[in-house]
Design a protein around this ligand. Sequence first.
Ligand code: SDX
Length: 428
Amino acid sequence: MSDIAEIKIGGQTFEFPVITGTEGEKAIDISKLRDLTGYVTLDSGFKNTGSTKSAITFLDGELGVLKYRGYAIEELAEKSSFLEVTYLLIYGKLPTQSELDNFQNTISRHTLIHEDMKKFLDGYPSKSHPMAQLASLVCSLSTFYPESLKANSSKEELDLTMIKLLAKFPTIVSFIYKKSLGHPLIYPKNKYDYVTNFIHMIFGQRTEEVEIDPVVVNAMNTLLILHADHEQNCSSSTVRIVGSSDCNIYASVSAGISALWGPLHGGANQAVIEMLELIKADGGDTEKWINKAKDKNDPFRMMGFGHRVYKNFDPRAKIIKKACDDVLNKLGINDPVLEIAKKLEEAALSDPYFIDRKLYPNVDFYSGIIYRALGFPTDMFTVLFALGRLPGWIAQWKEMHENNEPIGRPRQIYVGDVDQKFVPINER
Ligand code: SDX
């Protein structure tokens, strides 16, 4: 197949290079399109537009394939740890034991946040959404580390800033959670590994040493690995475009947190549980709600179903569905909404509306059921998604800078009024 694409405009033929990725994907490089033709492309939602060349994550939506740095998600979820996958995503290779130990030890030295950060927590209304708090607290980290604001930071300074962000994020998440309960804040204990430390801060008590359940730690490792990166999704693209203005990584990740919050994106895991609870309260009539999801005049959508890229099963959903059964069995929990979820999935996957549109359960469909089984409240679910996605955001931001990519600034087609004459207000 030719490595050239031709576009015919007004009887003239223009040639553009075709790019082939290492997994065989094809793209037409139109970076010279406007210079050569005066035309721009239009692609609302960027459904057909590549924004960059990346070596971090590959996914094939038709085949339901997801790989981090070439490693299959199924293998990483089963055999790796979240911290090891974090290292893989950010530095591009699996660490040796000494590299991983050094990574963990370096992170352990930065897990505390400045005590003045707690004053922000006191200022939020008691029931304010944790994602609003997380976005603002992560951006506020930049106020305590002004050296991170330098656009031309050295590699060592940038590396340290990424370590600080990785180290402090779980502490911020746990402080938000404990504050929401009115419980004393639990500080990090550096004898624990990254995920165990998080579980300690979330479920720990000031008065006694709480035994940390390995089932919970293992489930959290799996969930965080599955959420760690997903190529140019809405929030990662946000982190890249904010970072492309030479904005510091704290503010760039804060913008990614805000993008993830939306119910069409990471906020779907909260919306799924709210949907399942609604169906349960309504008597569990899954057929009725599937018909509502199919009805164009009904705003109801089957949350946790469908995906911009996956037109087959989301491989993460398969792994989470199995983990769901394991965790609930091991914890001895019988959650009625799990049965409703399975009934919905079964009914939807045999319904032509969902089959024709290739709507399958995505990563958010079952994750909330596990988070709930682990004891998290619904409005913390997307915060947990953000904790998992943090290494992906950092890796994408780092790659964008290392590739010296230009500031992101899409074009548009103007369709507004033309040649308007100003009329003074007293004559309108
Ligand atoms: C995540 O991009 C990523 O990688 C994201 C993510 C990640 O790891 O970063 O994977 C995480 O965000 C997963 C998605 C979580 N969101 C939800 O579960 C919300 C419910 N799903 C959707 O709203 C929707 O499926 C999207 C937003 C996920 C994808 O939307 P698209 O690609 O823009 O597709 P679309 O809205 O154009 O839908 C195509 C058709 C439409 O019907 P027609 O107009 O063609 O008749 O499918 C229908 C839609 O109405 N449809 C749904 C539906 N999702 C799509 N109908 C009912 N229920 C749904 N959930």
